[in-house]
Design a protein around this ligand. Sequence first.
Ligand code: PA5
Length: 346
Amino acid sequence: MADEAIGLPPELTKFDPENMRGAILEVPSHVEQGYRMPDSLDLRKMDGKFSAVLIAGMGGSSIAGLLLKSYLEDECIRLDVIQDYVLPKWADNKTLLIACSYSGNTEETLSVFKEARRAECSIVAVTTGGKLEEYTRISKIPTMLLQAGYQPRAAMTVQFFAMLRVLERLKLIPSKAAEVLKLKEDLKNQLQSLEKNAMILSDKLLSKTPIIYTSRRFGTVGYRWKCQFNENSKVMSYNNVFPELNHNEVEGYANTRGNYHAIILRFSEDHRRVQRRMSLTKEIMLRKGISATEIGITGPSLLSKLFSAILLGDLTSYYLALRIGMNPSKVELIEGFKKDLGPYVA
Ligand code: PA5
């Protein structure tokens, strides 16, 4: 798709020298790429023995796990995501730990990995290399090697489908192949309109603080939007979920101090009372002078809805970055922070 076709002012492309847009538009092809990754893993020793699955990851690498938890909510599988240094005390040799770190050098994930080794958990890793790959190579732990060269958050789709397939291969969930294999085409067909909508929405967000509201079920989608606004656009952003926000956050609109724009993402799966709550909350916000955009997420399957919503958020944060003159790939404060923190000695 030519930039002119979607109306991108050419002078803005200079803010994207690493081509984050290209990485976002590759998402449809990341679906199959990720899903095929575990095909060559030797998982024979692990078959059928787990009572729980834990996914350790931080930042961009944690979202794949959180989204998987949300996608698999109705399956009979105990799945949790650890965004911290510590493995839960109950984890044991009946626990599968998936260590997910794009760089392979994230200290929180490495710390959980080491604790999981001590607790005799079974382990699978998803990474491009780093210390994580070093440790798994030495210990002969099954490892899926991701393609290097992306920002971690741009590899989320590959990580998601790689982990989904591992769970299928271990027979912890039924096969999702039919849904997965249709997704690539479906997302490709939506790209152009998603990109147009993202450009329009990003314009409304100039000089605003984006707040993203979803139902609890789709809270991870809202969280991804928030994190992409933080990392790609370099702006503050918040997300929250219905119905809980009607029991606290809504009261804050009595005395609003920020220049917010609310984005309400609606899914057909949302409970009918939640749908009503969304409409009423929007009315309150409008009365209090807060602008809001409602977006109905549609698609032929749950996966399709999840990923088209993710793509819309990724693209909106991307265009907001360009509009405010930010390089969407660079995360200098995060990198600087990691340096200042110094090496972690467990
Ligand atoms: O998107 C980012 O760059 C960050 O959120 C990273 O994902 C986070 O710091 C964790 O790094 P990694 O994904 O390499 O483990």
